[in-house]
Each structure stands twice: as structure tokens, then as C-alpha cells.
Design a protein around this ligand. Structure first.
Ligand SMILES: C[S@@+](CC[C@H](N)C(=O)[O-])C[C@H]1O[C@@H](n2cnc3c(N)ncnc32)[C@H](O)[C@@H]1O
Ligand code: SF4
Length: 400
């Protein structure tokens, strides 16, 4: 039979996208839209449930192990709305009672007042978008909060939900009206401020200029390439010394506190997606009339269009792209995710999660090993430090 051959299906997660923000940040290319007037919470919840219902036959009977409510700014939604969404998911799917359920939150006053209610609604983990604790850099990033609000949000998050991630960015710009790009001392100071809270998890991203953003059109002054690389190394040192495990390119966790949802992405697991612009990936076993396949989907981005389509007589019309991952793409797609894991991954994952034998990528593995970008045994594949630094170079081997 052609196509992949699954002996077991990969673990399953659920991603829920909430696409509104108070204001669009000039560096952001996520599917986020400035809120104008009140949020259409009830219509959006109805659309999410309709989007979920039409997908049920594609993952029927499988347990959902993690949920991530991302955005946009999901914390703009009321706790009641978040509770209704989770109740709707529980009523329609097999959601594990131990599921990690993350909500992305911004550190605004209005949002942090709701953290305790989010916890009561079933949220088990908060991911707070701090970005920096320096007011000049927050201003340069166009953030709507200052550093005092950021600190207060972390304190309330820890006191209510407990399991908290902080998103930080480094290599930050100067503001248009003056000031300087981020220095090493300022980067260290941001990390020290974050470490003072001892949160279970930290994510540190280098600011990138993404196409179709305000920053891409009018780039602000930024630290140069070498300065940014030195900041990355310094962050790794500081977080390592403080007991955090650097387990993925940008992710650091206290022992036992890794993000289970993101680990499933990086392990090439499956995920159902609902919401405007949300991307899903599902493996489907074959049957007597159809080959097994891995299908990627992408939903309409504009919130109004998405709601209108998801609530129409044909809710599947909210999916504008549906494509099967082909045999010659699968090696690259798997490695693009799995090689981000600094500890590496079991060789068996490849066959389990792509449905193809590891021999599909033998040549690329040999080449990457020869260049000392990875090491491997019969059981395990792991990027070297050099491979972690030159991840994109390593991945080009898997493109052929
Ligand atoms: C979905 S986003 C936003 C979450 C939340 N709305 C916020 O802004 O706080 C998740 C994270 O990606 C990071 N991010 C967004 N745009 C980025 C960029 N251009 N370069 C690097 N990191 C970026 C930020 O740290 C952000 O918190
Ligand atoms: S960075 Fe966060 S708050 Fe800013 S526009 Fe993007 S999703 Fe919204």
C-alpha cells in the first residue's frame, strides 16, 4: 500500500486561537487583529464549536492530552467565555482529566484581575507575554503595558495559577524617538528580573523582523548579529546557572516543568486546531478504500470571515487550505521540529509519527553526522552544540 503506515497514532493536542488584541504590536506577524468595540464572544465560541464538531470524525476516540489557547490575546476574553469553551471541548471530545491547559495572557490590569477566575475555569498553566522589564524597550516594542504591570502580572499569575511561563525577547530595538538599542547589560538585567520570580518556565526569543510588519517596513535600530548571538549565549549561561534546563531552541524549564503542549509539536505529534487562522495536523490511519495520510489544514484568518464560514451551512468552508503531507516532505517536516529538542529524540519516533521508516532520511542523517551537527545511536538522535547553533544549515540536508 502507498503512503505512510501507522502502527500507533501520534499523541494528540488541541490548539484554540483567539485572534484579537488591544493594539497590534509593530513586530508581530501572528494572526492578531485590533479589537474595535466589544468582542463577539458568544458568536466566536459558537464558531469554535462548529469548527470542532466537523472535525470530530477525523480523531474520534483519541484522547486529547494538552490544550493551548493562544493568540492574539486570549486573556481579553471573559473567564466565563474561557470556561464555556473548555466545557464545550469536554462535552465533545475525550479530554484527559490531567491535561495541561495553557492560556496566553498579556500583563494588562484588566487581564490580571481575571487570572484566579481563569484558574477556576480549568486553566492549569499561564503563558504571560512580558517581553522586557525595561520601560524604554517596552515603549519601543509598542507594548500597552509597563514594567510595573508586568511584575504585578507575574506575581498574580504565580499566586493564582502557579504554573507560569514568561515570554521574553532580546536584541531589542531603540525607540524611534531616541534611546539606544538593547545593550548586553540591559539584556542581563531583564533576565535577572525574570529569574527573581523563579517561574517554572521561561521562553526567550530573539526579536526577528517578520515580513508584513511595521518593523519590516521601517526597521528600527537593532543590536547587530554578533551582539545578538552573545546575548543568546549569556542567557543560556544565566538560566543554566539558575537551574533551568535549556530543552528547546528558545525554551527553558525547571526540572519536570517542560511545556507538554509544545513538546508534542516538537515531537511531531498531532494537533486539532480551531479558530481564525489556526493550523492543524492530523494523522489518519488507512482503511480498505483509502491510504493512510497526514493532513495539514489552515483556517480563514479574518475573524469575521472565519465566524461567518464556521457558522454557515457548510462549516468546513472555514478551512481554506487542506493538504496532504507528501512522502518527500515528511523527513524535513519531522526534523524541522524534532531537531529543536536539545536532548534529541528516540529514533522510534520517526516511524511512529511519520509512518515511514528512518531509512527515508538515512543519507541526510549521514551528512549531518559527518559535519558534526548531530550524533546518533540505533536508539537516539541528538543535535550537537554546533547543530543547535546552526540548525538551519543542518535542516538543509533534509530538504533534498
Ligand atoms: C503569540 S505571541 C503573543 C502572546 C501575547 N499576545 C503577547 O504578546 O504577550 C507569543 C510570543 O512570541 C514572541 N514573538 C512575537 N513576535 C515575535 C518576533 N517578531 N520575534 C521574536 N519573538 C516574537 C513574543 O515573545 C510573544 O510573547
Ligand atoms: S505580540 Fe501579542 S499582543 Fe502584540 S499583536 Fe502580537 S499577539 Fe497581539
Amino acid at each position: 500500500m502507498l503512503g505512510p503506515n501507522f502502527t500507533v497514532l501520534p499523541p494528540l493536542s488541541l490548539y484554540i486561537h483567539i485572534p484579537w488584541c488591544i493594539r497590534k504590536c509593530p513586530y508581530c506577524d501572528f494572526n492578531s487583529h485590533e479589537q474595535s468595540g466589544g468582542l463577539p464572544e458568544q458568536d466566536y465560541i459558537n464558531a469554535l464549536m462548529s469548527d470542532l464538531e466537523v472535525q470530530l470524525p477525523e480523531f474520534w476516540g483519541r484522547t486529547i492530552h494538552t490544550v493551548f489557547i493562544g493568540g492574539g490575546t486570549p486573556s481579553l476574553f471573559s473567564a466565563r467565555a474561557i470556561s464555556d469553551i473548555l466545557a464545550g471541548v469536554r462535552a465533545r471530545t475525550r479530554l484527559s482529566p490531567q491535561a495541561e491547559i495553557t492560556l496566553e495572557a498579556n500583563p494588562g490590569t484588566f487581564e490580571m484581575q481575571k487570572f484566579a477566575e481563569f484558574k477556576a475555569a480549568g486553566i492549569t498553566r499561564l503563558s504571560i507575554g512580558i517581553q522586557s522589564f525595561n520601560d524604554a524597550h517596552l515603549l519601543a516594542l509598542g507594548r500597552v503595558h509597563d514594567s510595573a504591570e508586568a511584575k504585578q502580572a507575574v506575581e498574580i499569575g504565580l499566586a493564582t495559577v502557579g504554573n507560569v511561563n514568561l515570554d521574553l525577547m532580546y536584541a531589542l530595538p531603540a525607540s524611534r524617538t531616541g534611546g539606544a538599542a538593547q545593550s548586553m547589560a540591559e539584556c542581563e538585567s531583564d533576565i535577572r528580573e525574570a529569574l527573581a520570580f523563579q517561574t517554572p518556565h521561561l521562553s526567550c526569543y530573539q526579536l526577528t523582523l517578520e515580513p508584513n510588519t511595521v518593523f519590516a517596513k521601517k526597521p528600527p535600530p537593532l543590536p547587530d548579529h554578533d551582539e545578538a548571538a552573545d546575548m543568546q549565549i549569556r542567557i543560556e549561561e544565566m538560566l543554566g546557572a539558575a537551574g533551568y534546563e535549556h530543552y528547546e531552541t528558545s525554551a527553558y524549564a525547571r526540572p519536570g516543568m517542560r511545556c507538554q503542549h509544545n513538546l508534542n509539536y516538537w515531537g511531531f505529534g498531532d494537533y486539532v486546531a480551531i479558530g481564525a487562522g489556526a493550523h492543524g495536523k492530523l494523522s489518519m490511519p488507512g482503511n480498505p478504500t483509502e491510504n493512510a495520510k497526514i493532513v495539514r489544514t489552515e483556517r480563514v484568518k479574518q475573524p469575521r470571515d472565519y465566524m461567518q464560514k464556521a457558522l454557515s451551512a457548510d462549516p468546513t468552508s472555514c478551512v481554506f487550505e487542506r493538504r496532504e503531507v507528501k512522502r518527500d516532505e515528511i523527513g524535513f517536516e519531522f526534523m524541522l521540529n524534532a531537531l529543536r529538542l536539545n536532548d534529541g529524540f528516540p529514533v522510534a519516533w520517526f516511524a511512529e509519527r511519520t509512518g515511514y521508516p528512518i531509512s527515508l532520511v538515512s543519507r541526510a542523517l549521514d551528512e549531518a553526522e559527518r559535519e558534526e551537527l548531530l550524533t546518533r545511536t540505533h536508539e537516539f538522535i541528538r543535535p550537537t552544540e554546533r547543530g543547535q547553533r546552526f540548525l538551519n544549515r543542518m535542516l538543509t540536508h533534509f530538504l533534498k
